[in-house]
Write a protein that binds this ligand. Structure first.
Ligand code: NAD
Length: 425
């Protein structure tokens, strides 16, 4: 064995084939054969495509895709693919949807398909005058931006409006131009970034300032997906359950420690559909959390109230920058198949479905928390995971999982002991 320290300075790593890169990695950290073979297994994404989607690819990672049933959205029944590694997420959506199905399911809408690109101008002597100078050029700005993307314009999109603000940064006042662009069925990042870059030299020449950043804002507050539903008070277990859910919402509204977990639950559902459709999970997540803090306090993305007839009314409003073209949506064959299951033909419809899933997820989490607690529902799947971690295979998994539940000790150490006993019997 060589005693030279391995180095991460691997020149030309990106030029190697996937196999060659894997060999280098294996050599660097002495990967055993099992790990090597595991990483080399292709799954359902062609390695050649994987290598084109990102840089320095050595393999792929498969995540289960589950289907949320019982969803009725705007009077249409829809099956929803969800990609997640977390147990109970899919079941939670199915349960929530079943409980409001007879009440009409979910009603959704969209504020628009507008994304914002920001152009940062510094060094302007007279920022307020510069602001107006830029606003005066609106028609020219529109022509310049739209010339970047004739296809988008042909599809009914393109520059919708501009906004110019002076912000007081720690170093100096900055003039920030917002290009508000209708991106139709794209997520829109590349589309608006190109416009911001094309516009930058013009803004410099009109103002005498210097442009630094030209990039979209993930705070997509002009692309809000909305969903609402009502759950019959009797069907969910009576006024006590309803009031427990509302009290849980009030807790989240008043306390960021709780709101973070409350919204994390919502994102369990949201991110699973965003990922299944090949969309950008980080874009949606950053937008959602920023939107939750727009008032200056981090709050709930959902609202829960008592309806006029005493039922439970839930609603959600969440930025939803997702598309049907661009990124991996069109390239990843599994994402394409998931979009086919959903039967969506517009990005708006996809965004609305995702909002409904977020609301459903939140209903189930709050109902469980306000009644039996979350662990009971989690335990079956969690105990199976623990059983597998302990080494159970085939029929051993269910038997061992049941033993852990019976012993009320769903723990790895107990699972290992019980597996040994089970195998001796
Ligand atoms: P894109 O540039 O691949 O596709 C958008 C283009 O497709 C449009 O500009 C238009 O010319 C064309 N088009 C064809 N049919 C269309 C239709 N029906 N509606 C709209 N456009 C249509 O993709 P994009 O959506 O601009 O960018 C998405 C990608 O950018 C994602 O992969 C995302 O991860 C990445 N990204 C994100 C960030 C961020 O979130 N901060 C930054 C940079 C890049």
């Amino acid at each position: 064995m060589s005693n030279t320290t391995p180095t991460s300075r691997i020149s030309g790593f990106h030029k190697l084939t996937i196999q060659e890169r894997l060999n280098k990695v294996a050599e660097f950290c002495h990967l055993d054969d099992e790990s090597r073979q595991q990483l080399a297994r292709p799954g359902n994404l062609d390695p050649e495509l994987a290598d084109r989607l990102i840089e320095n690819t050595i393999g792929t990672l498969s995540i289960p895709v589950g289907i949320a049933t019982n969803m009725k959205i705007d009077q249409d029944d829809v099956l929803i693919p969800m990609a997640t590694e977390e147990s109970s997420v899919v079941a939670a959506v199915c349960n929530a949807a079943r409980q409001c199905y007879d009440n009409g399911g979910f009603t959704t809408s969209m504020s628009g398909s507008l994304m914002i690109a920001q152009v940062q101008l510094v060094g302007a002597q007279d920022p307020s005058a510069c602001r107006l100078k830029i606003l005066e050029k609106k028609a020219e700005i529109k022509a310049l931006c739209n010339a970047c993307d004739p296809l988008l314009v042909q599809l009914g999109g393109g520059l919708h409006d501009i906004d110019v603000r002076v912000i007081h940064a720690v170093s100096e006042p900055m003039v920030v131009v917002h290009l508000i662009v209708d991106v139709r069925d794209a997520m829109g990042a590349n589309a608006v970034n190109s416009m911001a870059e094309a516009l930058a030299p013009h803004i410099e020449s009109w103002t005498g300032g210097r442009v630094y950043l030209r990039i979209l804002s993930n705070l997509a507050d002009q692309r809000l997906a909305r969903a609402r539903a009502t759950w019959s008070c009797d069907a969910i277990g009576g006024p006590e359950v309803r009031d427990g859910i509302i009290s849980a919402f009030h807790f989240a509204e008043a306390d960021p420690y709780r709101a973070t977990t409350h919204n994390k639950g919502i994102m369990n559902g949201v991110t699973a559909v965003v990922l299944a459709t090949g969309n950008d999970t980080r874009a949606v997540e950053s937008g959602a959390h920023a939107y939750a803090s727009l008032t200056g306090t981090y709050r709930s993305l959902t609202q829960w109230e008592i309806a006029e007839n005493g039922d439970l009314a839930g609603s959600i409003e969440i930025p939803m920058a997702v598309g049907l073209i661009g990124g991996a949506t069109k390239l990843h064959p599994t994402a394409r198949a998931c979009l086919e299951i959903l039967g969506v033909t517009t990005a708006d419809r996809l965004a609305q479905i995702i909002a409904a899933v977020g609301l459903a997820q939140n209903f189930s989490a709050l109902k469980a928390l306000a009644t039996t607690g979350i662990q009971k529902g989690h335990m079956t799947l969690h105990s199976q995971n623990i059983a597998m971690m302990a080494g159970a295979v085939g029929s051993e998994i269910d038997r061992l999982a049941q033993r852990l539940i019976d012993r009320q000790a769903v723990r790895l150490d107990v699972a290992e002991q019980e597996l040994e006993l089970l195998r001796k019997q």
